[in-house]
Design a binder for this molecule. Structure first.
Ligand SMILES: NC(=O)c1ccc[n+]([C@@H]2O[C@H](COP(=O)([O-])OP(=O)(O)OC[C@H]3O[C@@H](n4cnc5c(N)ncnc54)[C@H](OP(=O)(O)O)[C@@H]3O)[C@@H](O)[C@H]2O)c1
Length: 252
C-alpha cells in the first residue's frame, strides 16, 4: 500500500461518528466505511438488535471502537438522547450521519394524518433534534451529514407526496445549519441517493425496473456507493450547505 493510500485510510483516525439507522442498508455500509477511515462508530437501531450487533462486531474487527444504541428517531427524547449517549460512550462526537428514515408511499388520498405524523417525526423532527444535540457537543471540525433522497429533486411518478415533502425539509435544514454552524468550523451537507438496493427498496422488488429505468445509468446503486460519498464529506473541510446526488443520474 502506498503512503497516499495509507493517508486516505486514516482520514478519520481519532474521530467518533454516530450513524442513525446503522443496523442495515445505507447506514450499515456507512458505519463500516467510516470505520475503515479510522473512526470509532456508534449506530442506532429500533428493531434490528442482531443486525446492529453484527455491524458493531465488523467495526471492532477493523480495530475501531463501536457501540449499538436502541433509539427510535421518531421519539423526540430518543432522537436527541442517542447523540448524547454516543458522545458519552465513545468520549466525543465529530460526525453525525442522519440516515434513519422511513418511506410511506401511496396515493395522496390514502395517506392518513397518522402517516404524516409518523413520517415527519422520523424523517424531519428526529433529524432536527439529533442535529441540535450534535451542535451542542461537536468540536471544531464537526460534520453533520444528512441522507435525503433523489425525490427532492425529481419525482418521476405518483405516490411520493409525503416522502418527498419530508425529505425536502432536510434541504432547508442543511443550508440553515451550514450558515449557523460555519463560524464554529462545523459543516452540514446532504446526500441524495437514487434507488439503492436495500431492504427498503430491493433491486428485485415490484417497482424496481421502473426506478432503474429513470436513472441515466439504468441501474440501482449500492449502499456502498452512497457510503463512499458520505465518507468523503466526513473528511472534507471546505464543503458545506451543499447537496450531493448519488443517484445514477436520476436528476439529470
Ligand atoms: N434505498 C433507497 O432506495 C433510498 C433512496 C433514497 C433515500 N434513501 C434513504 O436512505 C436512508 C436509509 O435507507 P435504507 O434504504 O438503507 O433503509 P433500510 O435498509 O430499510 O434500513 C433502515 C435503517 O434505519 C433504521 N430505522 C428505521 N426506522 C428507524 C427509526 N425510527 N429510528 C431509528 N432507526 C430507524 C433501521 O433499523 P432496524 O434494523 O432496527 O429496523 C435500519 O437500520 C433513509 O433515510 C431513506 O429514506 C433510501
Amino acid at each position: 500500500m502506498s503512503n497516499f493510500e495509507q493517508a486516505a485510510g486514516n482520514s478519520l483516525l481519532g474521530k467518533v461518528a454516530l450513524v442513525t439507522g446503522g443496523s442495515r442498508g445505507i447506514g450499515a455500509a456507512t458505519a463500516l466505511r467510516l470505520a475503515r477511515e479510522g473512526a470509532d462508530v456508534a449506530v442506532t437501531y429500533v428493531n434490528g438488535e442482531e443486525a446492529a450487533g453484527e455491524v458493531v462486531r465488523a467495526v471492532r474487527a477493523l480495530g475501531r471502537r463501536a457501540v449499538a444504541l436502541r433509539a427510535d428517531a421518531g421519539d423526540a427524547e430518543e432522537a436527541a438522547g442517542a447523540v448524547t449517549a454516543a458522545a458519552r460512550e465513545l468520549g466525543r462526537l465529530d460526525v453525525l450521519v442522519n440516515n434513519a428514515g422511513v418511506g410511506v408511499l401511496g396515493p395522496v388520498e390514502s395517506l392518513s394524518p397518522a402517516d404524516v405524523d409518523r413520517v415527519l417525526a422520523v424523517n424531519v423532527r428526529g433529524v432536527f433534534l439529533a442535529s441540535r444535540a450534535a451542535a451542542a457537543v461537536m468540536p471544531r471540525g464537526g460534520r453533520i451529514i444528512t441522507v435525503g433522497t433523489c425525490m427532492t429533486q425529481r419525482v418521476p411518478g405518483p405516490g411520493g407526496t409525503l416522502y418527498a415533502m419530508s425529505k425536502s425539509a432536510l434541504v432547508g435544514l442543511t443550508r440553515a445549519l451550514a450558515r449557523e454552524l460555519g463560524g464554529r468550523g462545523i459543516t452540514a451537507n446532504i446526500v441524495h441517493p437514487g434507488p439503492v438496493d436495500t431492504d427498503m427498496n430491493p433491486a428485485d422488488g415490484p417497482h424496481a425496473a421502473g426506478q432503474a429505468a429513470v436513472t441515466a445509468l439504468g441501474r440501482f446503486g449500492t449502499a456502498q456507493e452512497v457510503a463512499e460519498t458520505i465518507a468523503h464529506l466526513a473528511g472534507a473541510d471546505y464543503v458545506t450547505g451543499a447537496e450531493f446526488s448519488v443517484d445514477g443520474g436520476h436528476a439529470a
